[in-house]
Write a protein that binds this ligand. Structure first.
Ligand code: HEM
Length: 397
């Protein structure tokens, strides 16, 4: 293994504060660690961009070797985030319209009503948990409305989302956690029953109706439809809620930035972008080398994983001057918080819109919002791939 480095992804200090651990990875050829197999860490901005654009060498599909068999969690069916061309584009094209900028603009009014309703319920309270009583509800309510999914099953969806995120803490060679397998069996049954029922009914023009049309026209297999429903329902929950909470956390811990924003509300959109750069809910994404390759001076074995550390690249001083400063006025163009290239976040416009509406709304509704326990350490769920605050108690009186 060339370029070994001491970086232990399961060290709890990395979840608590990953950024100091990225610094030794930023210089020279990509470093490597051993996690059941050699894993290459891609951290500096130029390397991350180059790796994400190089779809010939670096793949999303999990190699079907013995070590990774446990991670073949979708039973062989294709899922856009784990598919390479041509399957990836075939699947992505089918759902692209739902998440286009034009479609997302048309969801803004409903999103505003959802946020207003949540805020209305909090009126009169002097303190609440920003995570469970605000941030988590917004993406869940919005996606249930968009997909016409029954909101009374929200506990189930949240359990699946947690089960799904357990896979993020699983390394090559480790067994799939039971919580994931249980969630997977449960959502397969749930969506299969829903699809079977709808196949017998007259067509409807909602998201599932579209998936069923694609299935009938042979553009999508039955398994593809089940997986797509699950992915679209879950992919935007913890990620968006995690970012919403991080926006609040960073503004409340940088009071001068919060004051600046209150005086210049036109900075709302850039505040969301700066938080995606500075303190995102997604820290790293994975790729697999197709064949043996030398990348920027490091030998990478075919089939071995790469951790593409977006959160490190977003703090690269060669790209973002003074990168460890949270500055809502900075030029955030070309941050990598939503990925890059063919797999660029499908829900990017939706995630941005939800965050912008939510931030503008709580700024107005809670002019005195502050942390309840300014000295308490922040606690996170997740791991070195994704992380989200477990709680953010705020006072608003
Ligand atoms: C702040 C919130 C979000 C963040 C930080 C985020 C981040 C990301 C990133 C970094 C990727 C690239 C993964 C890769 O290249 O391997 C991605 C892909 C994806 N995201 Fe998001 N995401 C967010 C919200 C959403 C939402 C709201 C949805 C949909 C409802 C969504 C659906 C997806 C899907 C389906 C993919 C896979 C796209 C593909 O492989 O072509 N995301 N996301």
């Amino acid at each position: 293994m060339s370029n070994a480095v001491d970086f232990n992804p399961i060290d709890p200090r990395i979840v608590a504060d990953p950024f100091p651990f990225y610094k030794p990875l930023m210089h020279g050829p990509p470093k490597q660690i051993f996690l059941g197999q050699t894993t290459t860490l891609i951290a500096c901005y130029d390397h991350v961009v180059k790796a994400l654009k190089d779809v010939d060498n670096f793949k999303n599909e999990i190699p079907k070797d013995e070590v990774n068999a446990a991670l073949d969690v979708f039973g062989g069916a294709k899922v856009i985030s784990f598919a390479d061309e041509p399957d990836h584009s075939r699947l992505r094209k089918l759902v692209q319209r739902t998440f286009s900028p034009k479609s997302v603009r048309s969801y803004t009014g409903q999103t505003q009503s959802i946020v207003d309703g949540i805020i209305e319920k909090l009126r009169g309270r002097s303190e609440f948990d920003f995570v469970s009583e605000f941030a988590y509800l917004i993406p869940l309510y919005v996606i249930c409305w968009m997909m016409d999914m029954p909101l009374e099953h929200r506990d189930l969806y949240q359990r699946w989302a947690r089960g799904l995120s357990a896979i993020g803490a699983t390394e090559p060679g480790q067994k799939v956690p039971l919580s994931f397998s249980q969630a997977q069996a449960s959502w397969r049954k749930y969506f299969s029953e829903m699809i079977d029922r709808r196949l017998k009914e007259s067509p409807e023009e909602d998201f599932l109706g579209e998936m069923i049309d694609f299935y009938r026209q042979d553009q999508m297999s039955y398994e593809d439809a089940v997986n797509m429903m699950m992915l679209v329902l879950l992919a935007g929950q913890d990620t968006t809620a995690g970012l919403l909470a991080n926006v609040a956390k960073n503004l409340l811990t940088h009071p001068e930035q919060l004051e600046l924003l209150r005086g210049r509300p036109e900075l709302v959109n850039n505040t969301v972008e700066e938080t995606m750069r500075f303190d995102n809910s997604v820290l790293l994404i994975t790729r697999y080398a197709g064949e043996d390759v030398n990348f920027e001076g490091t030998d990478i074995a075919g089939g071995s994983p790469l951790f593409v550390i977006l959160a490190a690249a977003n703090r690269d001083p060669a790209k973002f001057p003074d990168p460890d400063t949270y500055d809502i006025t900075r030029n955030t163009d070309e941050h990598l918080g939503l990925g890059l290239g063919l797999h660029f976040c499908l829900g990017a416009y939706l995630a941005r819109m939800e965050n912008q509406v939510a931030l503008a709304s709580w700024l107005k509704a809670f002019p005195k919002m502050r942390l309840s326990n300014p000295d308490a350490p922040f606690k996170y769920r997740g791991g070195h791939r994704n992380r989200a605050l477990t709680e953010l108690m705020v006072r608003v009186d």
